[in-house]
Write a protein that binds this ligand. Structure first.
Ligand SMILES: [Zn+2]
Length: 350
């Protein structure tokens, strides 16, 4: 998932491939690694999946949204794109619907086990609970406390399963990968590098031998990955975890790999891109801190972070982003959090 707002371009990124026209298999950015573009019915209109030659079969990384259109594209690939070989493994980077959406469908279709980190599998398994009445009540309170009107809070909280609608099923069992694991794909070793903040235990895959990194949503070339506080953990500080994950990846991968991101084009320039993302958040954090000279709710900060009109479908993710900033600033002792007489949570500069 991605934020309603987009960051600018940092310097020095190299894009070896043009933007493809179509959907389905659109390229082979490295011999034996095929690039699949799948549609998304939103402003960000595509997701990239990866199909890796793996001995007598294929390993697929991420699955696409659970829509009829995506299934149809998959069917076309099954018919003509697999060189007569089966899909033998399915790795899911994280639980967001554009990544996990067709995991259950593909697992059943090919008899493969979903490979994922434990938290991503668990969060995926929780998606059907999203519309439970007690979750909606909690979410509604969370949005009210953070400054939305009762009416808007109710609507945002009750948006019926924005996630659920796009996920076939998440398999009832999985095979675990963890940070630091080395897994073999097509005779090469790929290191699992876990990032946090965008999702709880997001798996990136890095192959030093060919210097290629499958980055998922942890690092994207054009947009800043969404980092939000959600009603399920109202006091979360995901931005601290996101920024420290980026710093860790920056330190671990210094070989300027070809980065295969889930949105946008394959690129080189991982370290400058990470530097830009960190600087971008530092700037935003400073702006939020200054804005809180006067006590502000999360909702009060939205116009500062999103300089265009937000509709109700973007409100949850946007407010979550605002809170990700204020919560980091609270953790760093730069803002104070208090409760106003009307029950709203406000943040004030210290
Ligand atoms: Zn995501």
């Amino acid at each position: 998932m991605t934020p309603p707002d987009a960051g600018g371009l940092p310097p020095r990124l190299i894009y070896p491939h043009e933007t493809p026209d179509g959907l389905g298999i659109v390229g082979e950015p490295w011999p034996g690694i095929f690039w699949l573009r799948m549609p998304l019915p939103m402003r960000l209109n595509h997701i990239n999946l990866w199909l890796l030659a793996d001995g007598d079969g294929w390993t697929v990384v991420d699955t696409g949204l659970g829509t009829p259109e995506a299934k149809e594209i998959w069917e076309g690939i099954f018919a003509t794109g697999l060189q007569g070989k089966p899909i033998t493994r399915m790795i899911v980077t994280h639980f967001h619907p554009d990544h996990v959406g067709l995991a259950g469908w593909l697992a059943e279709r090919w008899g493969v086990t979903m490979v994922a980190t434990e938290l991503e599998w668990l969060y995926g398994r929780m998606i059907p609970l999203e519309a439970s009445p007690e979750r909606v009540v909690n979410a509604s309170r969370f949005y009210r406390e953070n400054g939305l009107s009762s009416e808007v809070a109710e609507t945002v909280a009750g948006r019926p399963g924005s996630m659920r609608a796009f996920v076939s099923t998440v398999p009832t069992f999985f095979k675990r990968i963890s940070d630091g694991d080395d897994i073999e794909i097509g005779g090469r070793s790929w290191r699992v590098i876990v990032g946090q903040g965008h999702s709880p235990e997001h798996a990136c895959l890095f192959c030093p031998e060919i210097n290629v990194m499958i980055a998922g949503d942890q690092v994207l070339p054009r947009i800043t990955p969404n980092v939000s506080v959600w009603p399920g953990e109202p006091e979360a500080d995901p931005l601290s975890r996101f920024l420290s994950s980026l710093a860790r990846i920056d330190g671990m991968v210094r070989s300027d790999p070809l980065v295969l991101p889930s949105h946008g084009l394959p690129f080189q320039g991982l370290n400058p891109r990470i530097g830009y993302l960190i600087a971008h958040h530092d700037e935003r954090l400073a702006e939020v801190e200054i804005a809180c000279e006067e006590p502000k709710t999360g909702a009060d900060i939205l116009p500062l972070l999103f300089r265009r009109e937000l509709d109700v479908s973007q409100m949850g993710i946007a407010l979550g982003e605002a809170l990700a900033h204020t919560h980091l600033l609270v953790a760093q002792g730069r803002l104070h959090k208090a409760r106003r007489d009307d029950g709203a949570i406000v943040f004030r500069k210290l």
